[in-house]
Write a protein of this length. Structure first.
Length: 296
């Protein structure tokens, strides 16, 4: 196949799967790179999906002609070049922890002048960024929860992320369902969460065992000391998720049965199971939790 050039304005991109796979293989071979399973290095090989992600940005940020897009886990740069070419007037900052990919990413930077490359750990860098309009990325499976928590505690307003489908299901799960838990609650309190597209595993190489989903996060609340208390209480409560709320809450506040004298026992919330708690219930319990901690 004739070597593909990437133009700043996206006139020429590997728009067929065959061309994209050839482009990726050529560069992996050129720089003698083998993908590492322990780093969850899998590559999305579908140009239609990459185009969908790159063009979805225009619906999320007000002005993609001057915005700043942060990509987590750039890897071989398959998404990076679509982001750069499709959003040629925005700044795309691509972070990759594996320095073996640096040469490939530098190729993309030389062709997409709006792209900046950082070789480093996204988990430790996320909090240091200011003025980011949108975070994008095909998130490595083994650090998905850690990345989500890091984003929750940052000042990031929007994120468009490709994650494994089971985690996406957890994020949007409802009270009483098996997937509902501490991550669901924290993320639902802080963000409006939409699953915008399902990606079958066949569109990745090497092929993973599970399908993936593209999720859109839009921030509703800032992470602060109160939300920190929500997170602390929820983590404790859901270690007793099948117990009655009264019993679990007593364990979490580290008190004995005298707790019953300090709360309104007629409230129905105490007779629920922990896994049945709604977001409103969690917030109400956190208010009680914070107040009781002050008295200790």
């Amino acid at each position: 196949m004739k070597e593909l050039d990437i133009q700043n304005h996206g006139n020429i991109l590997p728009y067929t799967r065959k061309d994209l796979v050839s482009w990726i293989r050529t560069r992996l071979k050129r720089y003698n790179i083998r993908l590492r399973k322990r780093l969850s290095q899998i590559i999305l090989i579908d140009p239609k999906t990459l185009t969908f992600i790159a063009e979805k940005i225009g619906e999320i940020i007000e002005d993609r002609t001057s915005g700043t897009i942060l990509e987590i886990g750039a890897g071989v740069g398959n998404l990076t070049m679509f982001l750069g070419c499709k959003n040629s007037n925005a700044l795309v900052i691509a972070i990759e922890i594996d320095n073996r990919f640096a040469s490939i990413l530098k190729e993309i930077k030389s062709l997409c002048s709006n792209t900046e490359i950082i070789i480093g750990d996204a988990l430790s860098l996320i909090k240091s960024f200011r003025g980011i309009d949108l975070v994008v990325g095909n998130i490595p499976y083994h650090i998905t929860s850690n990345i989500l928590l890091a984003l929750a505690k940052s000042d990031i307003r929007h994120a468009l992320l490709t994650i494994q489908r089971d985690v996406a299901d957890r994020l949007v799960s409802k009270p009483g369902t098996k997937n509902y838990g501490k991550l669901s609650i924290l993320m639902q309190i802080l963000f409006k969460i939409d699953v915008v597209k399902i990606i079958p595993s066949i569109l990745f190489r090497p092929k993973p065992q599970v399908s993936s989903a593209i999720i859109l996060l839009r921030r509703k609340k800032e992470y602060n000391e109160y939300i920190k208390s929500v997170e602390e209480l929820t983590k404790c409560l859901f270690s007793y998720k099948r117990k009655l709320v009264l019993k679990a809450f007593t364990y979490c506040i580290n008190k004995d049965k005298r707790l019953e004298k300090e709360i309104k026992m007629e409230d129905k919330i105490w007779r629920k199971r922990v896994l049945q708690l709604t977001l409103e219930d969690i917030m109400n319990l956190t208010n009680i939790y914070v107040e009781l901690k002050k008295r200790r």
